[in-house]
Design a protein around this ligand. Structure first.
Ligand code: SAH
Ligand code: SF4
Ligand code: F3S
Length: 441
């Protein structure tokens, strides 16, 4: 169509942001915009931002700079900024980058349609950033990426205030969705053909704590496990402090909940954990892992670790390195501590110099790669069940699937496999990040 309007969304940050982008896309589609991947073809570019680390912000400002050039050649281009950086920087964004037309906060995602209309009428900067979220934002049309796996938010916001973290300031206080809404949505997604759902929240184990109406996270897991239309259930992210025995029990006895635990430990030093306000000790974490491994010996365990938190001496860093070697995570996301202004850690004494942080990060990554490879090697010769997700990124003749424990498996396509269905693959080769195998059924 000649007069079609096209939009594109560039998304940074976590799964919650990816899902917000699906809700933004749905709204734009409802007012006649069509999706395009191409920035130069778009009449409307929305950048959904993250500010968890400075590196993310730098990248995003780079992208916003690029859009200035694009707008110079296409003056009618509408540029919107949303997500966590929009929530944090608000009208400052217009000052830094006057070519931006709309700034939309994290609590205002559902208002996109009215704000676009407002802009189209006034052609003036539109700013919509609420300080606080409504208890529950109204439903909006959603266009999901992919057709096998879908995200389902179960709670928004975070009350933890870890001393390094900006998220509670840009995502507001914890708000849980009603259990029956979640179950209904999961059921509906199954009817639409989705096989796997991932329950989303900044701290899923806090589900239900903001009200006494819906039960807790374990109750929710149990309810979702009963939904017949769906095959696999994942969730993220969980806080070690709030992962309780009831939830572990429900997962162990469930039919569909994957036995993979992402439990960000952040540090292996009790001194640092305390300064981070994480609310647990390394001993507590050890016991938690032991409990999980006792009832689910095949469960996978992954984590997040921050290096170079203020006050982290060589000694304290070594504690983290040793802890990592002791626990043996399947994989670990490791980050350089990034100062976020407004958080307590930003003004703490003894900030760690950048090159010391870099060296520590490298040591952690080297140690983790060795552990990941060793764990993956123990899987060679085993036959695993994977959900067939589609062709591998680099080779069309190869298929990719993930096990319940979230291991990525690649194998040569045989032609009998069906996308979205389960298949059995015998592992032949282990690498640090992936495993290769042969189809057996
Ligand atoms: N709510 C989730 C994820 C939060 S952000 C959770 O609590 O696990 C994802 C990861 O980013 C965190 O686990 C932490 O490891 C890292 N992170 C958060 N703030 C950071 C900062 N200021 N500098 C470096 N890494 C940070
Ligand atoms: Fe940030 Fe901590 Fe909340 Fe996670 S639990 S989002 S790290 S404050
Ligand atoms: Fe980033 Fe916001 Fe997620 S800061 S990690 S996009 S909650």
């Amino acid at each position: 169509m000649l007069d079609s309007k096209y939009f594109t969304i560039v998304t940074y940050g976590c799964q919650m942001n990816q899902h917000d982008s699906e809700r933004l896309a749905g709204q734009l589609k409802s007012i006649g915009y069509e999706y395009t991947e191409s920035l130069s073809e778009a009449n409307f570019v929305l950048v959904n931002t993250c500010c968890v680390r400075e590196s993310a912000e730098k990248k995003i400002y780079g992208k916003i700079g690029e859009l200035k050039t694009l707008k110079a050649s296409n003056p009618n281009l509408i540029i919107g900024i949303t997500g966590c950086m929009a929530q944090k920087d608000r009208e400052k964004l217009f000052v830094k980058a006057p070519h931006i037309d709309l700034v939309l906060g994290t609590h205002n995602v559902h208002q996109l349609v009215e704000l676009v209309k407002e802009f189209e009428q006034t052609k003036n900067h539109v700013l919509a950033v609420w300080d606080q979220a409504e208890r529950l934002a109204p439903d909006v049309p959603t266009i999901r990426k992919g057709n096998i796996s879908a995200w389902v938010p179960i709670m928004y916001g975070c009350n933890n205030f870890c001393t390094y973290c900006i998220v509670p300031y840009v995502r507001g206080r914890e708000r849980s969705r009603p259990i029956e809404d979640i179950v209904k949505e999961v059921h509906q997604l199954g009817l639409e053909g989705f096989k796997e759902i991932t329950l989303l929240g900044q701290n899923v184990n806090s589900y239900g704590k903001d009200t006494d109406e819906y039960g807790d996270f374990a109750d929710l897991l149990q309810a979702v496990d009963q939904v017949e239309t769906i095959e696999r259930i994942r969730y993220m992210t969980s806080h070690p402090r709030d992962m309780n025995e009831k939830a572990i029990e429900v997962i162990a006895n469930s039919k569909k909940i994957c036995e993979c635990f992402h439990l960000p430990v952040q540090s292996g030093s009790d001194t640092i954990l305390k300064a981070m306000n994480r609310g647990y000790t390394t001993d507590y974490y050890r016991e938690l892992v032991a409990k999980i491994r006792k009832v689910m010996p095949h469960a996978s365990l992954t984590t997040d670790i921050i290096v170079g938190f203020p006050g982290e001496t060589d000694e304290l860093f070594k504690e983290t390195l040793e802890f990592m070697k002791e626990i043996k995570f399947d994989s670990a996301y490791t980050f350089l501590y990034s100062k976020r202004s407004g958080t307590p850690a930003a003004t703490m004494a003894d900030q760690v110099p950048p090159q010391v942080k870099q060296e520590r990060l490298q040591q952690l990554m080297d140690a983790q790669n060795e552990i990941s490879l060793a764990i993956n090697k123990t899987l060679t010769g085993e036959t695993v069940t994977v959900m067939v997700e589609g062709p591998s990124k680099n080779d069309e003749n190869r298929l990719m699937g993930r096990t319940g424990a979230n291991k990525i498996i690649l194998w040569d396509k045989q032609g009998t496999e069906k996308i979205g269905e389960l298949a059995k693959v015998k592992i032949t080769t282990a690498q640090t990040w992936i495993l290769k195998g042969q189809l057996t059924t």
